[in-house]
Design a protein around this ligand. Structure first.
Ligand SMILES: Cc1cc2nc3c(=O)[nH]c(=O)nc-3n(C[C@H](O)[C@H](O)[C@H](O)COP(=O)(O)O)c2cc1C
Ligand code: SF4
Length: 457
């Protein structure tokens, strides 16, 4: 099917216009047909369809889903698992909870198809205990679907877990499902998975909520149909979270390739009256985007080409009242607190950069401090077990490089833009107010820039 022959307007793969309140609503809209189509084919054919669709992981890395499934399916180990990552903890991101509230059925069906395709023994959904609404929706959906044989042949269970950012890191997620603390282990899940032992490595597929939500649609309507959305290298749509200093914050499902400028100005209404956009932070894992880079299309390849990343599609907008040093400090301190200290360079490096940023923000910083930030940003990732400190490197380096003038303005004098800032960890979306509710525990408090209620230090 060519791009001109699109059968649906852009943006309607995952978030239907009408609410999906019950299994009957879901079935009426074609739900269940993805799993039925999968079961008519061999697991290899299902994987091939997903591979041909070009679906890429929506949890942050953009890894091709079909290739991940193929690797686990082809592993000679006799026991395999699949896990849905519903631990959503990236600052500025709320899309997984939004999808689970809107339609948990497509996620459960996607996980059932993944389990069938890779030959899994069991399937798990790792989700934060705090996500009560989403847990309830999932619980009901799983019960209803199991009663009508719409989950597939594999048992599925919900595993509630802690609030920590690291819970969403895939190797830590496996630890939590096994009943341990969210401490990332060394070997990736596709090599050594759940309940592994020296005799059985149990390779495991971990996929994000949104990734799995796409799967039933691909099986039902085909890879070509899916490719009619998005770009050649990033097919499909993505549910973007837009928050911070914009008039219309919210979750927006758009075809990949849509421009960031159109998302922020066309859909988000741009900055508030009289204000100008200064910077966009794509969560805590990528480089800061300046106002000059806004024309970059929102696709994995094009965001990389401008030196940043799509991440999990969350964008935190700051206008000209925000101080970039302070915003960088907020993200750096978040990463420091959430670092689990298994790798010394990560814990010490994020801590050192945070302290230097505090000093510069207070007005006690020097040129040497800025140089030291850049030097520590290079070593904070030494011997890392997970990608958390990569975010520190990218944010610290890009903030200094792109907003060097703001760092200079601070040297020897306190912040000229005295505005309170928090790390935008989203807890809810308030429909009436049309804005997000943030976790106030992550609001930095002067004079020592700790959190109001240090969450996990
Ligand atoms: C510190 C950290 C936190 C993460 N948090 C999440 C998360 O909350 N949800 C998620 O899906 N992926 C998260 N990821 C990415 C996962 O490790 C993993 O790549 C992803 O779940 C794979 O699914 P996908 O291929 O469908 O994207 C995180 C990664 C890191 C390093
Ligand atoms: S890199 Fe940091 S967060 Fe990741 S395991 Fe090591 S210490 Fe923990």
């Amino acid at each position: 099917m060519s791009r001109e022959e699109k059968t649906e307007p852009p943006g309607t793969i995952l978030l239907a216009e009408t609410p999906v309140d019950s299994l009957d609503d879901y079935l009426e809209g074609g739900g269940g047909q993805g799993l039925a189509a999968a079961r008519e084919r061999s697991p290899d054919e299902v994987i091939e369809e997903v591979r041909r669709s070009g679906l890429r992981g929506r949890g942050g890395g953009g890894f091709p889903t079909g290739i991940k499934w193929r690797t686990v399916r082809d592993d000679p180990s006799g026991t395999k698992f699949v896990v849905c990552n519903a631990a959503e903890g990236e600052p500025g991101t709320f899309k997984d909870r939004w999808l689970l509230r809107a339609n948990p059925y497509q996620v459960v069906e996607g996980l059932g198809i993944a389990a069938y395709a890779v030959g899994a023994e069991r399937a798990f959904i790792g989700i934060k205990t705090a996500f009560e609404q989403e847990i309830e929706r999932l619980r009901v959906a799983m019960e209803e679907m199991a009663a009508r044989d719409l989950i597939g042949p594999v048992a599925m269970e919900l595993t509630p877990g802690p609030d920590e950012y690291l819970f969403g890191e895939e190797k830590a997620l496996l630890e939590v499902i096994e009943g341990n603390e969210p401490l990332p282990r060394v070997v990736p899940p596709w090599m050594e998975g759940l309940f592994r032992s020296p005799d059985s490595l149990n390779p495991t597929v971990v996929n994000n909520v949104e990734t799995l939500a796409n799967v039933p649609h691909i099986l039902r309507r085909g890879a070509e149909w899916f490719r009619s959305f998005g770009t050649d290298e990033s097919p499909g749509t993505m549910v973007f979270t837009l928050c911070g200093d914009v008039r219309h914050p919210g979750m927006y499902e758009l075809p990949l390739g849509f421009s960031l400028r159109d998302l922020i100005y066309g859909i988000g209404g741009g900055p508030r009256e009289g204000r100008e956009l200064k910077a966009v932070f794509p969560g805590a894992s990528n480089t800061v985007i300046s106002a000059e880079q806004l024309d970059a299309p929102l696709a994995f390849e094009t965001m990389r080409a401008v030196g940043t990343g799509l991440g999990s599609g969350g964008f935190v907008v700051y206008d000209d009242t925000a101080c970039i040093v302070r915003a960088t400090l907020a993200f750096s301190r978040f990463l420091y607190v959430e670092s689990c200290a298994q790798c010394p360079a990560c814990k010490h490096g994020t801590g050192a950069i945070t302290q230097l940023l505090e000093r510069i923000d207070r007005g006690d910083g020097t040129d040497a401090d800025v140089e030291t930030i850049l030097a520590r940003a290079l070593t904070v990732t030494d011997a890392q077990r997970c990608a958390l400190p990569t975010g520190e490197t990218l944010i610290a380096q890009s903030a200094v490089q792109v907003f060097g003038h703001e760092f200079e303005e601070h040297l020897g004098r306190p912040c000229p833009r005295q505005r309170d800032l928090l790390v935008p960890r989203i807890v809810d979306f308030d429909d009436r107010a049309g804005d997000f509710v943030y976790d106030e525990r992550y609001r930095l408090k002067q004079p020592d820039w700790t959190y109001a209620d240090e969450p996990s230090a």
